[in-house]
Design a protein around this ligand. Structure first.
Ligand code: NDP
Length: 445
């Protein structure tokens, strides 16, 4: 790293003690900026880098709620409004026991550049809580969401900050939060949240968008080598929203996904994942991956090791951050993997990314590859503002176009800065310069 960039990184580490995921995300972006700053030194002037790594606002709040047995619980809520240069803060809410300020900050920081890549006029933010929805009744989830929104409502709005879902937050949770927001404000601001139900302002394709987008990105990367996903064996991690629709799109494009996972283990189904059964188990019954194996002859559940031990041509990490480490990367490469497209945010550790890049395989980083979700959220906002609703084909065509543009922007930026085929540099450089140019235009704010 150049001295000027290194100094900014050291300051981030000193000021945000213990927030290791945030340090990791900042390091990855700043490291990529060396060739950008070398070519355009003005990006390091006016404390631009120092400003871009500092959230505009961080909100942390108490979320008290009562369980079905009458016991009172206290969780912690977060919203980090990181950067509004390009538009209202936009980014999901995560409900998972591992959530803390550092996790939300890493996600918010990534979101700035991801959202810039979509070219849709959205700033970067993220939020969530250390609440664990697993095993909670609908009524408990509802009371938690209402308490969470009671505080969050005063900070968000269709032109201010527009949250969506993430791990542990799907249509059910967005519904409870929207209901509470509407009640508090006495206003039907459909554009205040995305990922809504279709009957109350949601967009077709939003549910599918992140997984579909990650697969479309893999297909675009393969097309630069004259290849496609047709006939390829795909290793998928996760069994949530992103994983399920990554599997669906991969199947549509002629590939064969053979794995998925959750925190209880992973499933190998050599015959190809039975998507209807997986949706039934995960979306309808909210079950565990073992429930799939019980009903699917030939599928096996593995509770030790990692899903990355299974050989395949393409890997789609769709669960969580740092789920794919250097050893897993080496195993994947030995198994013949030639493409990694990140459906999750920062699922590959720095060692894994280095291994993929050294091996010269196609590696699509999350901030580009999983941008389809937020891009379709912006399409939802557009439909809400116009009080209109597009059909599935229209929304999907827009998503496909946006993913192709993101891919091409990454390719062009990687070439401009002298490292053709480096999608990490391409995504960071293209996203950063879009945000930085507007921050400069807005003055010191
Ligand atoms: P879901 O909650 O729908 O699914 C998450 C899946 O990953 C579950 O199967 C979950 O298993 C598994 N998982 C989560 N944490 C862990 C863990 N620590 N160890 C093992 N397994 C884990 O979330 P999404 O599918 O929405 O999100 C997945 C990833 O994609 C996240 O990184 C998210 O930030 C990213 N993303 C999501 C977008 C969206 O539109 N939803 C947009 C862009 C990125 P279990 O149920 O057992 O915990």
């Amino acid at each position: 790293m150049q001295d000027v960039v290194e100094k900014v990184y050291e300051q981030v580490v000193a000021r945000n003690r213990g927030e290791v995921e945030f340090h990791q995300a900042v390091h990855e972006v700043l490291e990529s900026l060396d060739p950008v700053i070398a070519k355009h030194p003005h990006y390091a002037e006016g404390a631009l880098l120092e400003r871009i790594v500092e959230p505009e606002r961080q909100i942390m709040f108490r979320v008290p709620w009562v369980d079905d047995a009458g016991q009172v619980h206290v969780n912690r809520g977060f919203r980090v409004e990181f950067n509004s240069a390009l538009g209202p803060y936009k980014g999901g809410l995560r409900f998972h026991p591992s959530v803390n300020a550092g996790i939300i900050k890493f996600l918010g920081f990534e979101q700035i550049f991801k959202n810039a890549l979509t070219a849709q006029g959205i700033g970067g933010g993220k939020g969530g809580s250390d609440f664990d929805p697993h095993g909670r009744s609908d009524a408990e989830v509802m009371r938690f969401c209402q308490s969470f929104m009671t505080e969050l409502a005063r900070h968000i709005g269709p032109s201010t900050d527009v949250p969506a879902g993430d791990i542990g937050v799907g249509g059910r949770e967005i519904g409870y939060m929207f209901g509470q927001y509407k009640r508090l404000r006495n206003s039907y601001d459909a554009g205040v949240l995305t990922g809504k139900g279709l009957a109350w302002g949601g967009s077709l394709v939003r549910t599918e968008a992140t997984g579909y987008g990650a697969v479309l990105f893999a297909q675009s990367m393969l097309s630069t080598k004259g290849e496609s996903l047709e006939g390829k064996k795909v290793i998928v991690s996760g069994a949530g929203n992103v994983a399920i629709y990554a599997i669906e799109k991969a199947q549509q494009l002629g590939a064969t996904p053979i794995t998925f996972s959750d925190s209880s283990g992973y499933v190998v189904d050599e015959a190809g994942v039975d998507l209807e059964l997986l949706k039934q188990v995960k979306e309808v019954e909210r079950g565990r991956v073992a429930d799939y194996v019980e009903r699917r002859p030939g599928a096996r559940l593995v509770t030790g090791g990692s899903v990355w031990d299974v050989p395949g041509d393409v890997a789609l990490p769709c669960a969580t951050q740092n789920e794919l480490d250097g050893d897993a990367a080496a195993t994947l490469l030995r198994g013949g993997c030639g493409v990694v497209s990140e459906g999750a945010n920062m699922p590959s550790t720095p060692e894994a990314v280095e291994a993929f890049q050294k091996a010269g395989i196609l590696f699509g980083p999350g901030k580009a590859a999983n941008a389809g979700g937020v891009a379709t959220s912006a399409l939802e906002m557009e439909q809400n503002a116009g009080r209109t609703r597009w059909d599935f084909a229209t929304a999907e065509a827009k998503l496909t176009g946006i993913m192709a543009d993101i891919h091409d922007s990454c390719v062009a930026a990687a070439e401009e800065y002298g490292r053709p085929g480096d999608y990490v540099l391409g995504a960071n450089a293209a996203g950063f310069t879009r945000v930085a140019d507007v921050m400069i235009a807005h003055g010191i704010v």
